[in-house]
Design a protein around this ligand. Structure first.
Ligand SMILES: [Zn+2]
Length: 214
């Protein structure tokens, strides 16, 4: 949000109000009898806190307390919710927060609903993800040998009977046909590939167009 003059956002779910800023805008904030009221300069009430005992003052404008022409001065509409308290308390687990509310383990959660049936915190889900997003797939080659994928694996702990501890593969992108070659060292790949490419020319009258490797 870049407009510093916005004071009322209809779809805002939660937020915090600054008493200092309200004062600078000519509004009064009164804390009395455990509640809080925000008033215009002429004394008319814009909004007041819900009648619940809590560490925070949850403001409400439902039903509207002010004439319609004053509603643009209202900065925040909010009610205590499981989601809001989850964020205010630094994202505790769902079961933990339910327990905190039901057993009144934490002071100041009176009146917060402990119903977490529809609760899902996107930030928590992202934080627990261990798998990164998958890369976008590439366009499949339109002809055989149009694109070959290569990889060299090893060294293996156990050598083959032919004393090879690496292997190279070539995969044709279109047909998924795979060629396999055991190697003694990684550099065996290049002469093998040159040999394979000559073989492709003899058999298929076509060269490798693109060779892809990591
Ligand atoms: Zn969370």
């Amino acid at each position: 949000m870049s407009d510093p003059n916005v004071q009322y956002m209809p779809n805002l779910t939660y937020g915090l109000l600054s008493c200092k800023v309200l004062g600078q805008r000519g509004l009064s904030v009164i804390f009395k009898d455990g509640g809080c009221k925000i008033l215009h300069g002429d004394g008319s009430v814009i909004t007041e806190s819900l009648k619940i005992s809590n560490q925070l003052y949850f403001l409400t404008t439902n039903p509207p307390l002010t004439p319609q022409n004053h509603r643009e001065s209202i900065a925040l509409v909010m009610a205590p919710s499981f989601d809001l308290v989850h964020k205010q308390l630094a994202h505790p687990g769902k079961a933990t927060l339910e327990l905190m509310i039901r057993k009144k383990i934490v002071y100041g959660l009176d009146g917060v609903p402990d119903d977490s049936a529809d609760f899902n915190c996107t930030a928590c889900i992202h934080g627990k993800m261990t798998q990164g997003p998958f890369q976008e797939g590439h366009e499949v080659a339109t002809e055989q040998l149009g694109r070959l994928h290569s990889d060299i694996c090893g060294p293996m702990e156990v050598m083959s009977l032919g004393k090879k501890c690496y292997f190279s593969i070539l995969v044709d992108d279109m047909s998924r046909y795979l060629w396999f070659h055991p190697c003694a060292v990684k550099s065996d790949f290049t002469p093998w590939f040159m040999k394979m490419d000559s073989l492709f020319t003899n058999h298929y009258q076509s060269h490798t167009k693109i060779l892809r490797s990591d």
